[in-house]
Write a protein that binds this ligand. Structure first.
Ligand SMILES: Nc1ncnc2c1ncn2[C@@H]1O[C@H](COP(=O)(O)OP(=O)(O)OP(=O)(O)O)[C@@H](O)[C@H]1O
Ligand SMILES: [Mg+2]
Length: 521
């Protein structure tokens, strides 16, 4: 993106504040919840307008109203000068409003190209013109700069790739209003940059973009204005460049948040809880060795794809190991499946929570507790329902999950609150070692703090925590030591208190050893 183009596309310059869309006093009531009360919002041509708010604030609901998924209980939508009531998403789409939903909506057994042009395949006569389908899909993917073949089946793709396909699909609609609900939640930094370049291009061609994200720091590059919602109510709209991140956060939570990380109350003991020696999985990672002490929070830092998740998955029995041993309390573990790992006291909170097992039609309490009790019900037999509801309530409280009750079906909760339920589910297992893989993605600031606090509390009870995170501030704020990965191996294990971002980045990019010596392993 050249700067010139970016400036031309900035709101208020070439598109002269032309209003594209405005919402007036929107209200949306669901049977048990008022999701939106009196929310007003507008979008200009060529601007990127961010919508921020805590999990459950009403962001996705507002977007679903704009895109015709929901009809508002009351209020007015004016699009390009006309009052509209969209009967369904197709009607909004035909008028030029496209949405990238927070939940992925692809059909797994179809190809990438078929997904992009689902229900609007190019045809020759009655038949789908497969050659054109493929060429058009390729053009969309090229525009995004991603290397995914249009012939691949969607079920073979990673979460990030699916997210890119969703974006390509939305781009192919050539919309005038493009809504992006958490588009970057599972993208790498590089993919995010590709997306931002496309956003800049769209801006300069006059598209209005609504952008929802919990990553406030990444917004500075693209966002013109920001609107904050809290508890379904409108709080404020302001120019992004004139609003500090702290201000946005305090509008979101209704108070100012001084601390990003809780004070660590735990200190690791000297006892080694888990020891990995020379773990190797051919072509994926090699000679990975580290120790985890009782009560320690150990970070796994490194770039996306450096092997952190893969090592965690292999220890957890989800993928095979070719070589190496894992020892717990001095005993060599033999884990060949996640079931073995769970029985040994390991838990793994995976990074692709969107795809991970929630029974979305079942209520909150069942999701948190019953699924886990099944795993141990052979041994115990009986299930105490009252105790489970109580446990579920405990975690709903602890994680401030926004739900009318623990009996609410999970599908009716907001995206971020669904993620918190999965975290609650693992906490409920009372494991001795917990892998948290990117635990705070897509989660609002208040809940992040809660999750950090939980990690600290778990560590204080002697549990060993491994925090896999791409956010260096999170690694520096929460861990005792950090193992840095580069290209499938650990290049250094550092004492968190004696390192900094630059040093970690140096190890993560594989550049030479610094004058500092790595901490003893
Ligand atoms: N179909 C529905 N039925 C009942 N309640 C719903 C429904 N959809 C959303 N809600 C509720 O409305 C509120 C707003 O949810 P919404 O999904 O808009 O939040 P959000 O701001 O997008 O949050 P997140 O950051 O977690 O994605 C939440 O309390 C949610 O549980
Ligand atoms: Mg949402």
């Amino acid at each position: 993106m050249q700067n010139g183009e970016a400036i031309k596309g900035m709101a208020g310059t070439s598109f002269a504040d032309e209003m594209l869309l405005s919402l007036e006093n929107i209200r949306k009531e669901f049977p048990s919840v008022t999701a939106l009360a009196d929310v007003s919002f507008d979008l200009k041509r060529g601007e990127v307008h961010a919508v921020c708010g805590e999990n459950g604030a009403g962001k996705s609901t507002l977007m679903k109203i704009i895109s015709g998924v929901y009809t508002p209980t009351s209020g007015k939508i004016v699009y390009k000068g006309q009052t509209r009531n969209f009967a369904n998403p197709l009607e909004a789409e035909n008028l030029g409003i496209a949405i990238i939903h927070q939940e992925l909506n692809l059909v797994p057994h179809l190809t990438v190209a078929e997904n992009i042009y689902l229900a609007r395949e190019p045809r020759r006569g009655f038949l789908v013109d497969r050659r054109k389908l493929k060429a058009d899909a390729q053009a969309c993917l090229d525009r995004l700069g991603v290397a995914i073949s249009p012939d691949r089946l969607v079920r073979e793709l990673s979460v990030a790739q699916c997210q890119m396909v969703e974006i390509a699909k939305a781009l192919s609609l050539n919309a005038e209003v493009l809504i992006m609900d958490e588009p970057t939640s599972s993208l790498t930094e590089q993919e995010t940059r590709l997306l931002f370049k496309v956003i800049h291009d769209l801006k300069s061609s006059g598209v209005g973009i609504i952008y929802i994200s919990h990553r406030l720091d990444e917004m500075a590059d693209i966002v013109d204005r920001v609107t904050v919602l809290r508890d379904g109510r409108y709080v404020a709209t302001s120019a992004f460049a004139k609003t500090s991140v702290d201000e946005i956060v305090s509008r979101m939570v209704g108070r100012s948040l001084e601390e990003k990380f809780p004070e660590r109350t735990s200190t690791p003991s000297e006892d080694v809880l888990l020891r990995a020696d020379n773990l190797t999985r051919h072509g994926v990672f090699r000679n990975v060795s580290f120790t985890l002490r009782r009560g320690e929070i150990l970070g796994f830092a490194g770039l996306m794809g450096a092997g952190r998740t893969e090592v965690a998955r292999a220890i957890f029995g989800a993928d095979p190991l070719n070589e190496g041993t894992v020892t717990m309390d001095g005993k060599v573990l033999s884990i060949t499946s996640p079931r073995d790992a769970i029985a040994a006291g390991l838990a793994y909170l995976s990074e692709d929570r969107k795809a991970q097992g929630l029974a979305i039609k079942m209520p909150v309490d069942a999701n948190m507790t019953l699924a886990n009790m099944e795993a141990v019900s052979n041994r115990f037999g009986l299930i105490d329902f009252a105790a489970h509801a109580k446990a579920a309530e405990h975690y709903v409280d602890l994680l401030s999950i926004k739900t009318p009750s623990v009996k609410q079906p999970v599908r009716l909760l907001s995206g971020g609150n669904q993620q918190k339920i999965i975290i609650g589910k693992w906490l409920f297992r009372q494991s001795r070692i917990l892998f948290f893989d990117e635990p705070t993605r897509g989660i609002d600031v208040g809940a992040k703090f809660a999750i950090y606090k939980i990690m600290d509390e778990l560590a204080r009870t002697g549990i060993g925590v491994i925090l896999i995170s791409s956010e260096l501030p999170e690694i520096l704020g929460m861990t005792d030591r950090v193992a840095v990965f580069h290209n499938g191996t650990i290049t250094g294990v550092l004492d968190t208190a004696r390192t900094n971002q630059e040093e970690i980045m140096r190890y993560a990019s594989g550049y030479g050893l610094s004058p500092h010596r790595p901490a003893a392993n």
